[in-house]
Design a protein around this ligand. Structure first.
Ligand code: CUA
Length: 160
C-alpha cells in the first residue's frame, strides 16, 4: 500500500501526541502520586451532625503547619466552624480538607486554587492542598443546588 507523504507525517504526529499524553498521565499517576479526589469513604447523610469529625467542623492544627479542615455543606451554607464564615490559614500550611453534604449535591471550589470537588450525600470528599500564596480566596458552590445556590460561599484568608 502506497501512502502519501503528508498522510505519513500526519499519522506520525498523531501517534507522537498520543504517546506524549500517555507518558504525562503515567508520570503524574505513578511517579507524582496524583489520584482522582476520593469518594470511597461513606457515612450516613442523616447523621452527619453526630458523626466524627463532622459534629465539630472547622480548622484544627494536627502537626507542624499542618491542618485538618472539616467542612459540612448543606443548602445553602458551608459550615466552616466560624460564625462569619471567614477562616484564616497561615501561608505555607498544608491543609487536609474533608467535606461532606447533609442534603443534596453541592460543589466545593476554592477559586484561584486547584481545589474543586463534588460533594455527594453519604460520601466524604477529601483533598490536600498547600497554600503557597497569601491572599483572600473564595470557597464557593459550583453545582446548582437550589434557590439559594449563589449564597453558598465562605472566605479563606491565607495570611503571612
Ligand atoms: Cu450548593 Cu450550589
Amino acid at each position: 500500500m502506497k501512502m502519501h507523504r503528508y498522510e505519513k507525517i500526519w499519522l506520525g504526529l498523531g501517534t507522537t501526541t498520543l504517546l506524549i499524553f500517555l507518558i504525562v498521565v503515567g508520570i503524574s499517576a505513578f511517579y507524582m502520586g496524583n489520584q482522582p479526589p476520593s469518594c470511597a469513604v461513606t457515612l450516613n447523610p442523616d447523621k452527619v451532625d453526630e458523626t466524627e469529625p463532622f459534629n465539630n467542623p472547622g480548622l484544627r492544627e494536627i502537626g507542624d503547619n499542618e491542618y485538618q479542615f472539616t467542612i459540612v455543606a448543606e443548602a445553602f451554607n458551608f459550615d466552616v466552624g466560624t460564625d462569619d464564615k471567614v477562616v484564616q490559614i497561615p501561608k505555607g500550611a498544608t491543609v487536609h480538607f474533608q467535606v461532606t453534604t447533609k442534603d443534596v449535591l453541592h460543589g466545593f471550589e476554592i477559586a484561584g486554587t486547584n481545589i474543586n470537588m463534588m460533594l455527594e450525600p453519604g460520601y466524604i470528599s477529601t483533598y490536600t492542598n498547600t497554600f503557597k500564596n497569601a491572599g483572600t480566596f473564595t470557597l464557593l458552590c459550583n453545582e446548582y443546588c437550589g434557590i439559594g445556590h449563589h449564597m453558598m460561599y465562605a472566605t479563606i484568608e491565607v495570611v503571612e
